[in-house]
Design a binder for this molecule. Structure first.
Ligand SMILES: Nc1ncnc2c1ncn2[C@@H]1O[C@H](COP(=O)(O)OP(=O)(O)OP(=O)(O)O)[C@@H](O)[C@H]1O
Length: 609
């Protein structure tokens, strides 16, 4: 049979290069990766046998064979195997999105181990310890197999073979041991045993070498927490998540009664790069009575908790359950609700017992968790209980409970403003009266904040209130007097007619130092929302806001007087435009016609000199 020589895809080649010039000090992990892959293949094989009588599988196992003379190590499984196309597609390429970006960062970065864990080097890690790798595989149901071979340089060969056993065997031609470089003698039985025990003890198939079985095969989620070491949990976490960093928290639960299940869940310590990509792989592994059924089961978690990793083992589901059924199954919906509740409760506990971990969690996953506030069927209180927000009270984010606790006499609302950056909001004119009064304002800069504040009205009995919306209701000593209102009525009416882009013009006590600001109606769209809708392709009539004027500002006072004296002066109209433009700029908004604004301003400045 002819042998074909193919090139690794560019990104795969870069990753291989990193492997060959080994960026890890711990090379032992190659074996964990091989066993992990073999275990996944066996899971699939077992399931195929359960779903189709004719494929019944027995004696599923992983065999390790070392040959000190030849300096080879072989890891063999009788799992599902790979077709020729799969070998080329899965081993020769890295399909995961974001790989190029991650590789670029890896090259520059020292936190490489953590970064690389985000997409898992998996199979390629063999090139840390081997200078030649031969993979022989035959997929269940196919008659011919494939031999794949590579030295870890830019190319590999594939050929069809007639007599391959079902499953996959991977033979490593080991590099010479070099203890200083962390490269051990991987034909040494004691070393192999140590590695398997340490990293792969929980694997549910026997891992054998000669006559002995090296692992205990105990399902971790079925063991009491007190009997499992942190190290074992962490290894298991790596197996299910492909993430090399340690999880922030471990959540275990068991439901007994009419519908029994066990769950072992992990909160990761960092967000994967694809957390906000629709088609990304998220979700839990589903087992039925210790048998692996499905990977990435998003149905087991609400979307806003999609980053949680782990396993659910349900006792009463059918082994034939499909994703489609999963979506509608009443029990699954029940599990999802219970898991969500338990996860939020665990995060709340984490807030109390380890503030640092909680802060890391919220920094990484807060924006995702807040998506839950967009779903009316979710428990908003439970989500807001574990949320924190940037605030004018200090550099550190605050919880709502702490905010409410700090509210001074007279304040009865949770004030917030949304925007792109903290600085932009803090310097916005809307803030002035709140600063003056000493009222704390939450600074909401995540995109999702723009949306949830539209629907969520209160927390723990205290209303939310945007400081850029509606009339300001701060009880102020400087309320506009009836005389003032009367004096300003003509100029306000005139401004309203003159400025096409505003829906109303009124006086405010919101401002202390700026002349003007723009606010949305109580039920009107905000500019950020308008932008979002437009980005989604929705046609909207232009959204108009209200121009609020500070009667205490000299410019506003002078405009009123000028209007009284010479209402027809065309320059007054330009002043009105400048006033509106300034209000827009001050909040970080975009002018419709910046060139015109600049020309008007330059003209005015010229006249002052
Ligand atoms: N022993 C095996 N039997 C069957 N398929 C395998 C085997 N080893 C690898 N594969 C296939 O090759 C793919 C790529 O493996 P690789 O280890 O590089 O990445 P991965 O397992 O998908 O991810 P990670 O490395 O993050 O665990 C696997 O997803 C699997 O489909």
């Amino acid at each position: 049979m002819s042998t074909e020589t193919l090139e690794f895809q560019a990104e795969a080649r870069q990753l291989l290069e990193l492997m060959v010039h080994s960026i890890y000090s711990n090379k032992d992990i190659f074996l964990r990766e091989l066993i992990s892959n073999a275990s996944d293949a066996l899971d699939k094989r077992r399931l195929a046998g359960l779903q189709d009588e004719s494929l019944k599988a027995d004696d599923l196992r992983i065999e390790i064979e070392a040959d000190p003379e030849e300096r080879t190590l072989t890891v063999r499984d009788n799992g599902i195997g790979m077709s020729r196309d799969e070998v080329v597609g899965l081993i020769g390429t890295i399909a995961r999105s974001g790989t190029a970006e991650t590789l670029r960062r890896l090259k520059e970065n020292k936190e490489s181990a953590e970064l690389i864990g985000q997409f898992g080097v998996g199979f390629y890690s063999v090139f840390m310890v081997a200078d030649k790798v031969t993979l022989l595989t035959r997929k269940t149901g196919e008659t011919t197999g494939v031999r794949w071979e590579s030295d870890g340089d830019g190319t590999y060969t594939v050929e069809t073979v007639e007599d391959a056993p079902e499953g996959t065997s991977i033979r490593l031609h080991l590099r010479p041991a070099d203890q200083e470089d962390g490269l051990y003698d991987y034909t040494d039985a004691a070393k192999i045993r140590e590695i398997v025990k340490r990293y792969s003890d929980f694997i549910s198939f026997p891992v054998t070498m000669g006559d002995s079985t090296l692992n205990s095969m105990k399902a971790l989620w079925a063991r009491p927490r007190s009997e499992v070491s942190d190290e074992e949990y962490h290894e298991f976490y790596r197996h299910v998540s492909h993430d090399w960093s340690e999880p922030l928290d471990i959540i275990q639960m068991r439901a007994e009664g009419t519908f029994e299940y066990e769950a072992l869940l992990f909160l990761p310590a960092r967000a994967p790069h694809d957390l906000y990509q629709r088609d990304a792989r998220h979700g839990l592994q589903l087992y039925v009575k210790r048998v692996f059924i499905l990977d990435d089961s998003r149905e087991l978690l609400p979307d806003h908790l999609r980053f949680v990793k782990g396993v659910v083992d349900a006792a009463d589901l059918s082994l034939n359950i499909s994703r489609e059924i999963l979506q509608q199954d009443r029990h699954i919906q029940l599990i999802r609700r219970r898991l969500a509740k338990k996860i939020l409760a665990s995060i709340k506990e984490l807030m109390g017992k380890d503030a640092d971990k909680y802060r890391t969690f919220w920094r990484e996953f807060g924006p995702a968790v807040k998506e839950g506030l967009l779903d009316p069927s979710e428990d908003h209180k439970a989500i807001l209980d574990i949320a924190s927000f940037a605030s004018t009270a200090g550099e550190e984010p605050t919880t709502l409970a702490d905010y409410i606790e700090r509210m001074p006499e007279g304040q009865d609302k949770i004030y917030f403003m949304t925007g792109d950056t903290r600085a932009q909001i803090e310097n916005s004119p809307h803030m002035e009266a709140f600063k003056a009064k000493g009222y704390e304002v939450l600074l909401l800069t995540d995109r999702v904040d723009e949306i949830w504040v539209e629907g969520v009205r209160e927390h723990a009995g205290t209303e939310f209130r945007s400081i850029a919306r509606g009339e300001v209701d701060l009880s102020s000593d400087e309320e506009a007097s009836p005389e003032q209102a009367e004096a300003y009525a003509p100029v306000l009416t005139w401004l309203n007619e003159t400025l096409d882009d505003v829906k109303d013009v009124r006086l405010t006590t919101r401002l202390t130092s700026s002349p003007a600001c723009l606010v949305s109606d109580d039920d009107g769209l905000t500019p950020a929302l308008e932008k979002m809708y437009k980005a989604m392709g929705q046609e909207l009539p232009p959204v108009k806001r209200i121009l609020e004027l500070n009667p205490g500002h000299p410019l506003v006072g002078a405009l009123r007087t000028a209007h009284e004296k010479r209402a027809d002066d065309p320059e007054l109209k330009e002043t009105a435009e400048l006033l509106y433009g300034t209000a827009l700029l001050a909040e970080g908004g975009d002018l419709a016609d910046p060139a015109r604004f600049a020309a008007l301003l330059a003209d005015r400045l010229g006249k002052t000199l």
